[in-house]
Design a protein around this ligand. Structure first.
Ligand SMILES: *[C@@H]1O[C@H](CO)[C@@H](O)[C@H](O)[C@H]1NC(C)=O
Ligand SMILES: *[C@@H]1O[C@H](CO)[C@@H](O)[C@H](O)[C@H]1NC(C)=O
Ligand SMILES: *[C@@H]1O[C@H](CO)[C@@H](O)[C@H](O)[C@H]1NC(C)=O
Ligand SMILES: *[C@@H]1O[C@H](CO)[C@@H](O)[C@H](O)[C@H]1NC(C)=O
Ligand SMILES: *[C@@H]1O[C@H](CO)[C@@H](O)[C@H](O)[C@H]1NC(C)=O
Ligand SMILES: *[C@@H]1O[C@H](CO)[C@@H](O)[C@H](O)[C@H]1NC(C)=O
Ligand SMILES: *[C@@H]1O[C@H](CO)[C@@H](O)[C@H](O)[C@H]1NC(C)=O
Ligand SMILES: *[C@@H]1O[C@H](CO)[C@@H](O)[C@H](O)[C@H]1NC(C)=O
Ligand SMILES: *[C@@H]1O[C@H](CO)[C@@H](O)[C@H](O)[C@H]1NC(C)=O
Length: 430
């Protein structure tokens, strides 16, 4: 079986200017130009085996191999001394052979994701990969969707195997607890989405800029479960689709945070005091939780607040009074039936307001007198019977009003301003 490969099946293609392949998700200084001039792309239909004699080039920097099954022996790229970019995605390489090529000293980008492993009946070994070489210049490592639960380092190699790594993608695996591999403190972008994590440590990752933990099994953000405190430089944090009920002493100190998405968790409340020192925070998303009341007790500079799909029933003067920078406010698919006078008093910068699919039949008189920049209003799917309890006079600032799926009885044209477009899409009332 092993010798069944034939070199004639190898289709060679030298592709010029193939940069889009390199930069898929993240921009890396200097990496964008690596494959600028030539990339060797091998599309192999059948089993192929590589060794040190398979590819030889002193100038080649980028290699992409796609096959149905490939065996890459140690030293396969030893005659490609300038190899910087290696993409072996979608080759069905087994876990134990993922790093079988061994040492590649100048490699900067290594993409091993999506191996679509068949279950290995013979080696029912633990689902870990073992790495035994150091990759001193590696900056980008994609190990997504390869069914691993852990990464081990062979023998007593104690030093950091990836001293230059800035991007690590481990999404779509079976990781449930901290890895045996010590995570390199150089990491800037870390994706751990779609695993089974309930506990994890981010100790020493104080250079991290973005972290994704979507679709895991996290119940709480605290020092016992997932401790985010060390992440002093974090700018983007997404922990959606978990089961977080409880947040304690965890996000308060992420002083560089700009984007926080905690959507689709089990929060019944969000204490805005947690973000009071996060001066740079711009976007806070809390969709799909069980929040039934909002009150912002402290000031925040956030510009986008998203509370879609919660259980909010009323908006009061306390709800947003301390959010003076809000430009976009999402309150779709709640149970809001009352909005108190002065609720938007301090939203002088608000541009977009989403109140679709609630239980509103009226808005308070002249509710828009302070929101002079409001241009977009979505009131679709509510209980309005006419436009009057929305548009009280000709100072109504909105230019696009979405008003579909309301039980409208009549439209009084004299309340409309010439600038406004109203989207009604009325179905005849029977
Ligand atoms: C990680 O890999 C997955 C699947 O390949 C991809 O969808 C995701 O965007 C990557 N994450 C980042 C941060 O690039
Ligand atoms: C690509 O080729 C151009 C012109 O030959 C050269 O100036 C440039 O340095 C080359 N880029 C790389 C990354 O080798
Ligand atoms: C990181 O990579 C650079 C070259 O890009 C190299 O000079 C440096 O030695 C590497 N750092 C370590 C710790 O190996
Ligand atoms: C954070 O996310 C925003 C929006 O997706 C993106 O523009 C920005 O580059 C990200 N920043 C970092 C440090 O990843
Ligand atoms: C937050 O994450 C959810 C789930 O991934 C996504 O649908 C939503 O667009 C995100 N919200 C923002 C404001 O980025
Ligand atoms: C809002 O931003 C300004 C600077 O842009 C800063 O001085 C102020 O402290 C911030 N306020 C809050 C509550 O984050
Ligand atoms: C608006 O902000 C001011 C402080 O600038 C505050 O005194 C007032 O209570 C806020 N309005 C509402 C409705 O809370
Ligand atoms: C307004 O909200 C409705 C209901 O959620 C939605 O179907 C529609 O796409 C929204 N309109 C726009 C332009 O966002
Ligand atoms: C239409 O609105 C104007 C101004 O608010 C009002 O004077 C008039 O009575 C309304 N007409 C009907 C039929 O409700």
């Amino acid at each position: 079986m092993k010798e069944a490969y034939t070199k004639t099946l190898i289709v060679l293609a030298i592709v010029l200017t193939f940069t889009s392949l390199v930069i898929e998700a993240i921009e890396l200084a200097d990496v964008a130009n690596i494959c600028e001039n030539e990339t060797l792309i091998l599309n192999l239909n059948e089993y192929a085996k590589f060794d040190g004699n398979s590819i030889a080039s002193s100038t080649l920097r980028c290699i992409v191999i796609r096959s149905n099954y490939v065996n890459i022996e140690e030293g396969s790229f030893e005659n490609v001394p300038n190899l910087k970019y290696l993409d072996l995605r979608r080759n069905r390489i087994s876990k134990m052979n993922l790093f079988s090529f061994g040492d590649i000293s100048h490699l900067k980008v290594l993409n091993l994701g999506h191996q679509d492993n068949q279950p290995n009946y013979y080696y029912n070994s633990e689902e870990a990969i073992i790495i035994s070489n150091m990759y001193p210049e590696l900056e980008y490592l994609d190990l997504s969707y390869i069914s691993i639960s852990n990464i081990r380092v062979e023998g007593d190699l104690l030093e950091n195997l990836f001293p230059n790594l800035t991007y690590l993608n481990l999404s779509g695996n079976k990781i449930s607890s901290p890895l045996s591999l010590t995570l390199p403190p150089t990491l800037k972008h870390f994706d751990l989405s779609n695993n089974g994590i309930s506990q994890f440590s981010f100790e020493k990752l104080n250079n991290l800029l973005s972290l994704r933990l979507d679709h895991n099994e996290i119940n709480a953000l605290d020092h016992r479960h997932v401790d985010l405190k060390p992440l002093q430089n974090l700018a983007n944090l997404s922990i959606t689709n978990n089961q977080i009920k409880y947040i304690s002493n965890s996000i308060e100190n992420l002083l560089n945070l700009r984007y926080l998405n905690l959507s689709y968790n089990s929060l019944s409340d969000f204490d805005f005091k947690m973000i009071k020192d996060l001066y740079l925070l711009e976007v806070l998303a809390l969709d799909g939780n069980s929040i039934d009341a909002v009150s912002t007790s402290v000031s925040s500079n956030i510009t986008t607040l998203s509370l879609n799909n919660n259980r909010i029933i009323s908006i009061t003067t306390d709800s947003f009074c301390n959010l003076k920078n809000l430009r976009r406010l999402f309150l779709s698919r709640n149970k809001i039936w009352i909005i108190h006078v002065n609720s938007f008093q301090n939203q002088t910068l608000l541009e977009e307001l989403y109140l679709d699919d609630n239980d509103l039949s009226h808005l308070p008189p002249y509710w828009y007198q302070h929101t002079k920049k409001l241009r977009y209003l979505n009131l679709s799917g509510n209980k309005f019977t006419s436009l009057e309890p929305v548009l009280y006079d000709s100072n109504f600032p909105v230019t696009r009003l979405y008003f579909e799926r309301n039980p409208i009885m009549y439209i009084n044209g004299s309340v409309m301003t010439p600038e406004i477009t109203i989207f009604l899409n009325i179905k005849p009332i029977v």
